[in-house]
Design a protein around this ligand. Structure first.
Ligand SMILES: [Cu+2]
Length: 112
């Protein structure tokens, strides 16, 4: 059984990594800045969480799958500046995601 926990709320300060690549398990944070998820690919341990923080002035979404595939495992909205959303990953796997408002925005979470 797959369960996705979603929690909103105040975020913690997030360090801007400024590069595209894998980060160590447990880092757990992604920034959305200038229409990009940064870092674009993140490793997390099973049961761990990823928090997205919006650094743009407009809204984005964090939506699992790819445009048009309707997988719908998770779909959270980052309404505006400093909005945060957290998704907990309880099963191993590779989870691509995108922004519904800007389908060119892509990211990937690898749970292991
Ligand atoms: Cu977007």
């Amino acid at each position: 059984m797959r369960r996705w926990g979603i929690a909103g709320g105040m975020g913690v300060p997030v360090v801007a990594l400024g590069w595209w690549g894998w980060v160590a398990a447990g880092a757990g944070d992604v920034e959305v800045r200038v229409f990009q998820f940064r870092p674009g690919r993140v490793d997390v341990e099973t049961g761990g969480s990823i928090t997205w923080t919006n650094r743009d002035d407009i809204g984005h979404t964090v939506t699992s799958g790819a445009p048009g595939d309707g997988a719908g495992r998770f779909d959270v909205t980052l309404d505006g500046p400093s909005a945060t959303a957290t998704v907990r990953f309880s099963e191993p796997g590779v989870y691509p995601y995108f922004c519904r408002r800007h389908p060119a925005m892509r990211g990937e979470i690898r749970v292991q």
